[in-house]
Design a protein around this ligand. Sequence first.
Ligand code: 6CS
Ligand code: FE
Length: 308
Amino acid sequence: MLPDQYPTRLERRMNMFYRRDPVIHGNIATATSGPLKQHHLEQYKKEGFLWFENLFSDTAIMDNLLKEFSDLEKDQSIVKSEQAICDSNSGSLRSVFGIHELSEEFARLTVSDLILGMVRQLLGSDVYIHQSRINAKPGFVGGGFNWHSDFETWHAEDGMPSMRAVSASLLLNDNNEFNGPLMLIPGSHRYHVPCQGVTPDENWKRSLKSQQVGVPDTASLKRLINNSGIAAPKGGAGSLLLFECNTLHASQRNLSPWPRANAFFVFNSVENALEKPYAGTCPRPDYLAAREATAGLSQVHHAQQVAM
Ligand code: 6CS
Ligand code: FE
C-alpha cells in the first residue's frame, strides 16, 4: 500500500497543508493535445474547476437524458436498490449511483470525445469511471450537501492514492440561484484539509444521505472562503462543470418549485487505481468506487470503434 500522503478522519485536529500532487498531470504534450486551450488549463490550475455554459446545446439530446432519468426514478427495482439513495425527510430520490451501467444514454456520455479529450488533458493519461451518479433535488424537498472534498472521501473510504481524478457534472435541467446549484470554493483544491472524526464501519450507508465525517472544520472553511469567496455556476440544461477531485463544494436545499438534477461522471487516471481504504474501513461497493471496470476508456472506446 502506498504511504498515506493525505491523512484524514483523525482523532485530533491537524492543520491543512498544500496538496502534494500537481493539478494538471502528465507532460506538455498530453496537456496541450485536446479541446482545452491554454487559458482553460491556467484557469483550472488556479480555480480548480471549469464552467462551460450550454456546452451540449442539442435540446433533443438533453430532453432524452432527462427522460432517461425520469425512467430510472420510476423503476422500482432501481429505486429500491442499494444504489438509489432516498432523502431522509421527504423520501424523494436524492441520488442514484452507477448510471453509466444502468443506462446506455448515460454510458455514451462517458466516451464522448469532447469530455474524454478534456479529462485526458487534465489527468495526463487514459481514464476510467470511478463513480457515476445523478444527484436530484425535487422542487421544495431536495436536500443539500455539506462542504466537502470528494477526494477526501475517495482517499479515506475508497483508497484513492493521489489527487488525479476529475468530476464532470452535466446539468440535466436549469440550475438557478434558487434551486440549489453546486457551490465551489475557488482555489480550495490546492490544499488538503484533514478532517477530524474516525470513520464508522459502512459509513456510506449514512454519509450519502447526510455527510457527517469528512466535513472540513469551519476555521479552515472560513480561511479558504475569505481568501477566494464562493462560486455557484448557474445555467441551462446541457451546461458542463469540470471540477478537480479535491475542490471543496457544497449545495443548499432546494426551496424553489424548480427541480434540479445533475449527472456526475468521475474520471480517475488509470495510474491512480484504488488501494485499500486509508481509513482502514472495508472497501465500498463497486457502484460507489469501481475496482472491476478499470480498463482505460480510450482503449475500450477504440476497440468498440474497430469492432463496429
Ligand atoms: O461518498 C461519495 O463518493 C459521494 N459523496 C459526496 C458528498 N460527494 C461525492 C460522492 O458522490
Ligand atoms: Fe461531492
